[in-house]
Ligand binder design. Sequence first.
Ligand code: FMN
Length: 287
Amino acid sequence: MKYKEIISEIKSIRDYKDKEVSRELFDELKQYYDQAQRLVDNIEIEVIRKNHTVYEQLKDSAGYNNKMIKAPHYLIFLSEEKDYYIENVGYVAQDIILKAWSLGIGSCWITFEDGEAIKKKLQIDSDKKLAAIIAMGYEVDHKNKVLYENVSDYNPSKADVKVIEDNTSERLGIRDIVFMKKWGEKADPDELVNFGLLEGFTYGRLAPSARNRQPWRFIVDDGTVVLTLKKDSYVSQYEEKIDSAVIMLYFKAIIESTLYNIKWNFTKPKKDYQVPDDYKIVAYCIV
Ligand SMILES: Cc1cc2nc3c(=O)[nH]c(=O)nc-3n(C[C@H](O)[C@H](O)[C@H](O)COP(=O)(O)O)c2cc1C
């Protein structure tokens, strides 16, 4: 998949045409999904494709402030409950979202709180846990897009949409999210080029995140890249886990398209990086 191209273009779609995606395209997505990489091995995932009726069923129980997104299709991801199963689904689901975009299909993550209640509303009888809801379909050709505010303006008490002229949400710069050796020491992009890591971060920072808060900060320490995540009281653990998984996919996909294979480890690195209390270490990889 042409990750760089897709990552540069993709955005969340919240307004959909009343037009169905063909069975052939869904078959292509399914084929991709069957051979796609997982973040964690040996966790069984089940993906259920549902139609527009989900909107009525989940109208007041999913989405930001329970504001459900209306779409012709939804992908519902269920998973066996094992360590890091939410991150694993987040990783796989984001890969499907990117593949769908390459086929001309738009999508959007839909957050939720009570997975068991949602399964009931959707009449899903399964021991597996609800791990993701993704809206899918064709984008309405709007001039103005409905987007979430820039993270720096973001006010959690006012978590609603606003219409802006541009069609891409804003992102933080490399120097804002990557530190060198220790917390707070802003990375020099030239140095990141020398390590072969600049593109990983350049594209990684374009990843979607719950409420576009872009909670990721990295510490690059010789051959180690440590991923940390900001803790915010208005963000659920579920959203934190998906936000982590999505950036792991972006970073890994880009590094692997230019350099070599990497593997994210969920254990903490040995060195103490003195990460402040409002951040936590999520994972690290050796590059
Ligand atoms: C875990 C997660 C949950 C999200 N939940 C919702 C949601 O419920 N409703 C919504 O409109 N957008 C949702 N989004 C989309 C984000 O708001 C969006 O990715 C972010 O604002 C950046 O915009 P972009 O994807 O267009 O670049 C979610 C994204 C993530 C990663």
